[in-house]
Write a protein of this length. Structure first.
Length: 194
C-alpha cells in the first residue's frame, strides 16, 4: 500500500513541477541568469533591456564642499524579476556598501515606479522615483527634494547612452522648471555579462 501511495505522489509531483516551471518561465534561471522579458509585460518593460546583465562601473560622488571625490569601482547588475514583468538592479561598491531597486512600469499612468533600498540604512518606507523614457532615448526618473537653501525641486536620475556594451547614469538636483541643474553623482558602466 505504501509503495502505491509513494508512486501516486511521485506521479503527481512529476506533473506539477513542469507546470510550475512553465508558469514562471521568465524568472532568472541557470540558462538565463538575468531572466527574460515576459511577452505579456507592458512593452515599456523593455526600456531597460540594454542594461540587463552585469557591468563594471566607475562611480563618482560630489562631496559636501562641492568637489568631486575620487572614482570608485562598482559592479551593477540588472535582472528581470516578477516572472519577467519587472526589473531589479543591485549595485556592489568597493567600500562594501550595496543597494538595489525594484522597477515596475504602470501602463495606466505610463510611468516607471522605482523603489530603492540599501544596506547602509533600513528605511521604514522605501524612497520612490517615477518617470519614463523621454524622446532622446534617456530614462528619466524624479523624486521631490528640497535644496539646502529651501528651494523646491527634484532629484533627477537619468540613464543615457544605453547600448548593449554599457551605459551612463547621472543623479542631479534640478529646480521645478529644470533650469537649475546640479549634478551630485555620476556613473559610467561597461557591460561584462549578458
Amino acid at each position: 500500500m505504501e509503495i502505491k501511495i509513494l508512486g501516486l505522489v511521485l506521479s503527481i509531483s512529476c506533473l506539477v513541477i513542469p507546470v510550475a516551471q512553465a508558469q514562471y518561465a521568465y524568472r532568472p534561471s541557470i540558462d538565463h541568469p538575468f531572466g527574460l522579458l515576459n511577452p505579456e509585460a507592458p512593452p515599456e518593460t523593455a526600456d531597460f533591456a540594454p542594461l540587463v546583465g552585469e557591468c563594471d562601473c566607475l562611480s563618482q560622488r560630489r562631496a559636501k564642499d562641492g568637489e568631486w571625490l575620487p572614482e570608485e569601482k562598482m559592479l551593477w547588475r540588472f535582472s528581470y524579476i516578477l516572472n519577467g514583468m519587472g526589473v531589479q538592479d543591485e549595485s556592489f561598491r568597493e567600500d562594501g556598501s550595496f543597494s538595489g531597486s525594484i522597477r515596475q512600469f504602470n501602463a495606466d499612468s505610463s510611468k516607471w515606479y522605482v523603489h530603492w533600498y540599501s544596506n547602509t540604512g533600513v528605511a521604514s518606507q522605501l524612497p520612490a522615483w517615477e518617470g519614463s523614457m523621454v524622446e532622446d532615448g534617456k530614462i528619466q526618473l524624479y523624486r521631490p527634494q528640497t535644496a539646502p537653501n529651501g528651494m523646491n525641486g527634484f532629484y533627477r536620475l537619468t540613464f543615457y547612452n544605453m547600448e548593449k556594451s554599457g551605459f551612463d547614469w547621472i543623479g542631479e538636483w534640478v529646480d521645478e522648471q529644470e533650469t537649475i541643474v546640479y549634478p551630485t553623482w555620476k556613473i559610467s558602466c561597461e557591460k561584462t555579462k549578458d
